[in-house]
Structures are given as structure tokens and as C-alpha cells.
Ligand binder design. Sequence first.
Ligand code: GDP
Length: 207
Amino acid sequence: MLRAPRKAADCTLADVQFPNVRFLLSVAGAEQFPNEYGREVAFAGRSNAGKSSAINAIVQRNGLARTSKTPGRTRLLNFFELEPGKRIVDLPGYGYATAPPPERKQWTELINSLPEREFLVGLFLIIDIRRGLRDEDLQLVFWAVSAGWQVHALLAKADKLNQRERSSALKDAEAQLPEGVTAQIFSAHDGIGVEPAQKRLLGMLSS
Ligand code: GDP
């Protein structure tokens, strides 16, 4: 369950970190990126890792980022504005083992175009806590670090593991991640780690 009240009528503005969050646009390539001032943090992860659910939990808006089951949107980059000058960019999910070659190529091209975008300052990487960091995830982390971005990993679906297993998964992830990259456990379903994730995101967007 999310920490946020489910209906707008149940909450005061002070309860909500991003009361004016809104979907901005979907783009298929770098040439369509919005040309607005500010800072952006990208959200990435393997398909089905829990990225859309994590975005919705962090911005406290159910249904804002569409889950993998929604056809169409998943291959595009989706921009959301948290408040003027602060945006998140939802990247298409990746899964190199199953994706057909043209899709992999498109994903790689999109990703390669991102460092040229001056507004991007950080990456939230969503990992299914039961699967841990895979080669593709680590490649993305090292790539983002070399682009000069801050990186934060969410070990999502933590509600699927017990306390001891969660700690052990976090330790394993931290041992694999390069220095300076942070990680935490997270569950969109149980609201675990939502507040620290919001703080880390705001830190990236404000620094
Ligand atoms: P995406 O493909 O990475 O955007 O992942 P989604 O957010 O669409 O989630 C994929 C599946 O995992 C869906 O069936 C979700 O209900 C489930 N899921 C996402 N977050 C959680 C979570 O925190 N806990 C549990 N148990 N399942 C989750």
C-alpha cells in the first residue's frame, strides 16, 4: 500500500511531495525532447522490474506512469514534470535476453543520445530485489557514472522478501555498485522506502 492517501480529498497539500506532477509528453527520439530549463532524472530498469510502480509511488499518483501491460507507451521516453524546472524521464524497459535485435538497437540509440541532454543529472535504476543486479544493469550504471550523473538504485518489490533477505540483497548490491552510487530497498506495494527515494530524487533535482 502506498503511504500517500489514495484520494486527493483525503490529503492536504503538505502530505504530497509533488502536488502538481503531470505527464508532459512521450518522445520516440532525441530530436523530440522538450526544450525547457531545469533538471531531469531518468528512471530505467529491466522490463517488469517495477519501474512504473516505483514512479507512481514516488510521485504519489497512481496510474501516472503506465505499467508494462499498457501497450504503446512502453517503447517511448515519457517526460513528467514534478514542478516547473524539475522533471523525470521514464525510459523504456530493457531486457536484452528477450528483446528482438531492432528493439535493442533502438533502445541503445536512445540511451546513447541522452548524455548530450544537458538537463539530465541523474539516474534512478530499478532492480527487482529477487533478481539482483545483472550485467545490463551494471553496464547502465557505469555508463551513467561516466556521463557524470548521480545514480541511485531502488531494490524494488522488497515486500517479496523477509527482512534478512532484504538486508542481504542490499549488501550484495552495494558491493557490486561503484563508489558514490547509492542503493536502498523499496516496495511500491508496501510503501517501503518511498520517503528516502523522494528525498534522494529531490536532492538530485535540486543540487
Ligand atoms: P515495469 O515494467 O518495470 O514498469 O514494472 P511494473 O511497475 O509494470 O510492474 C511489473 C509487475 O510487478 C506488476 O505486476 C506489478 O504489480 C508488480 N510490482 C511492481 N511493484 C511491486 C512491488 O513493490 N511489490 C510487488 N509484490 N509487486 C510489484
